[in-house]
Design a protein around this ligand. Sequence first.
Ligand SMILES: [Ca+2]
Ligand SMILES: [Ca+2]
Ligand SMILES: [Ca+2]
Ligand SMILES: [Ca+2]
Length: 539
Amino acid sequence: MKTFSKKINLALVMFAIVSMVVTSCKKDENVSVTGVTLNHSTLTLAVGETALLTADVQPSDADTKSVTWNTDDITIAAVDNDGTVLGVQIGTTTITVTTTDGAKTASCEITVIQAGNQKSLQGEIFGNRTLSADSVYLLKGFVYVTNGAVLTIPAGTVIKGEKSTMGSLIIEKGGKIDAQGTSTNPIVFTSNQEVGARTYGDWGGLILCGKAIINQTGGDAQVEGGPRSHYGGTDNADNSGTLKYVRIEFAGYPFQPDKEINGLSFFGVGSGTTIDYIQVSYAADDSYEWFGGNVNCKHLIAFRGLDDEFDTDNGYSGNLQFLIGLRDYRKADVSGSNGFESDNDAAGDGNTPITSPVFSNITLIGPLDTTSKSGSISSDYKRAMHLRRNTKLSVFNSVFAGWPVGLYLDGSNTWANAQAGELQIKNTALVGMISNYGVPSGSSFTSTDVTNWFTDASRNNSTIIGPLGAKIKGAFLTSTEATVPIVLPLAGSPLLSGADFTDSKITSSFFTPTTYIGAFGTEDWTAGWVNWNPQQTAY
Ligand SMILES: [Ca+2]
Ligand SMILES: [Ca+2]
Ligand SMILES: [Ca+2]
Ligand SMILES: [Ca+2]
């Protein structure tokens, strides 16, 4: 017994020694907290919805990794001691995590939005389907509005394209969309990603297919970019529905080179369709592209697109008025970004009808608010107008400003169309270009020929040294996403006069005669429905 208790005493003594050694080791090599980060710096959630914030305490072998959580405003969002956040009511607040050791902090801006009745839009739509502005819709995969179906979208409805399934809305031949927002309550197609995490091409896009005439063999073709749908027919008065006061944000998908989904694509869309007041922002391919058909469009905005602003192909022959393109000088597409890109078709042959859209009152603001900035813009920036492959595109009463090259005529058939006046440009100003004119090397005509053609007195065209001279400097997106462009020319701008509507290509009642050239005189038609910073909007 005595021996046993001695052994226990010895063990206790040894334990005490070991403990002292361990304690002293800890004291010697105490690993302190050096910082903390959160898995989100911004978070959007609906009233009643929860989300988990996770704190990463550095270094990973710190002794004390415990943290405490705090909300600036518990009436907006509450936070549990494990980082679970609950949306309480609509508003914004900040949640901060603090480490017990060292009081290091990190915070997350919380936006609480209306309790979403989020519903899915998926598969095929038959018959009549009417959405509700009280719900938020999630487009999952390719959603088809089939032949004979009508999809009605009320003003104020928000539809999010699902990133993981490349959500896209396709109005098929014989199907219709009726999306009529208002100047104070637009319809919004946008990314399903959070504030701060949205980017070019988060979802597919909006695709309209109709039965109007195209110049592809057989008069029918499959759309680009992956959907099953076909387009083209014999009915130039075809009606694919109405898009009015609609925004399309963060769309576009480079499926493969020359097979992309644009922000808004028109395939064989007929003149019975109404397109007015549309803003396409942050498209990963072209903001707008037309493939055949003859739909007319007014009041289109291409905002911070990656590839071309307004691209026309495959026999498109509609009328367009009041269009503006605004670019981020840092962002352009590897295919070469142009304001206008126009082909008769990919081969540049004579298939009819020949691509012959007629544009009036266009303002295309390029990347260069000053030519001295040419070293800092994306090298993928090319031309305000790249007219090629036998196109007969025409432009009147328009302004092109701040591109490496203004007018670039490409191909002997394109040049022949220009000489014949079938490709026409009149009452138009080139502003602040590095080179006003260009042709590909090896052409049968020269840039001097293009200069003489553009400046011929019968065309009334002009060139202006720079945006300051044109008084449109404020329209350039010179810095961050917070930049709000000033779209109206300033008082005294030479662009506020000089329009002419007597050319037979623009005498139709579609065109509203103006005194000014470009998309704006003194009325700001973007007011109320446009969003210049959709990255920061809680939808
Ligand atoms: Ca495209
Ligand atoms: Ca293009
Ligand atoms: Ca094209
Ligand atoms: Ca391009």
